[in-house]
Design a binder for this molecule. Sequence first.
Ligand code: CBH
Ligand code: ZN
Length: 384
Amino acid sequence: MSRTSGGLIERLNQGPVIGDGGFISELERRGYCEAGPWTPEAVIENPDAVRQLHKEFIRAGSDVCQAFTYYASEDKLSHRGNKAGVYGCKAINDAACKIVAEVAKPAGCLIAGGLSQTPTYLEGGENSKARVKEVVRAQLDVFKENEVDLMILEYYEHIEEAEWHIEAVKEYLPGVPVCCTLCIGEDTDVHGVPTGECGVRLARAGADVVGINCHFDPFRCIEGVKKMITAVKEAGFDKVHFMTQPIAFYTPDANVQGFIDLPEFPFALEPRWITRFDAARYARVAYEAGIRYIGGCCGFMAYHIRAVSEELTAERGDYLPVNCINWGKCLEKHTKPWVRARASRKYWEELNPATGRPYSSSHSKCDGWGVTVGDESLKDDTKS
Ligand code: CBH
Ligand code: ZN
C-alpha cells in the first residue's frame, strides 16, 4: 500500500499519518478571518485564500486535509453579534468541503469533516444533551452528502460534550472513522476529570482515534496523550489510535485553560513560537510515544508540517515533500563561510535561539477566572 491509498485506519496501522496545521489562526494573520469569533466564513468570502492554505499544507506533506469548518455550528456563527450566521452552517460547511476536495483529492489526501465545542453546551440548563445533539446533527448532513473520509471532532474543554458529539456522529454517519481531541492539559479537563480517564471515555463513546489538540505546546500535549495511551490500553481498547495537534507556541506557564489564559493570547504570542527544528523534535517524540496521527493546531504553519514530514521520512516509506531543508544542508550553497558552517543537523539541534527581547521574561502570569458551564457570563446576552 502506498502513502496515498487506503482509509484512515489502514494508513494509521501502517505508519504515521500527518495532519495539517492551524487554519483559523493563520488565516487571521493573513487578514481573512476575525480573532474573537474565529469562525470560517472565509470559505465563502475568500475561497482562494482557503484553497491556497490547503495547497501549502499538501505540499508540506499533510496526509489529511481538514475541511475548514471549525466553529461552524449555527449557534457559534451568530454568537455575540457575529455576522457569519447570515450564511448559515450548511452553506459554510458545504463550501469548505468543496474547496478542500478540489485540492486534496488529486493529491491522494484524506478529507476530514469537522465539529467542535458549542456555545449551547456552555449555556448548560435543561435538556442540554438533546439541544447540543440537535446543533451537531444540523452540521452532519453536509458531511454525509460530501462523503468525507473521516470526521475530526476537536477542541473540547469538557469531556462530556465530546462524548455527546461522538454519539451523534456514530448515529448519523455510521462507518465513518471518528477522531476526537480535547483541548486539555496533562492533568485534567476543565472539570477535573483526569486526562487518562478522558481518553478512556472518548474510546468508550466510540472514537477510533483519541488525543489532544490546541491549547498547549507540542511537548505538553504529548505528555497528556501519553496518559491517555496508558489508560486506554489498560481499559482494553487495543485498536484505538492516538493523535496530537498541538499549538506551535511554548506554554510552560499555561494553566488548565491553556494559551487562552496567557495574557499574550491571541495577538502577542510570537516570542513563544516553536522553530521548524522544534517541530521536527515534536514529530520524533510523538512517534516514539506511540502517537500515529501527528498534526498541528494554532500557529502551526506549512513549514512546521514540512519539518514534521521530513523528520518522519523513513517511517513514511521514504516520502519526502518538496523543498525540505535537510537540516540546513542547503546552506552549503551560501556565499558566506560562517553561514555555510551552519549547514548541519548538529548545529540546529544544539542551538538555543535568542529572543532578542532583553526585557522579556520566559513565563507570564495566567488569568484564572474559573468561569465554566452554566455561568451567567458565558450566556449570549447580545441576543434579544
Ligand atoms: O482552524 C483550525 O486550525 C482548527 N483545526 C482548530 C482551531 S482551534 C482554535 C482555537 C480558538 C480559541 C478560542 O475560542 O478563542
Ligand atoms: Zn488551535
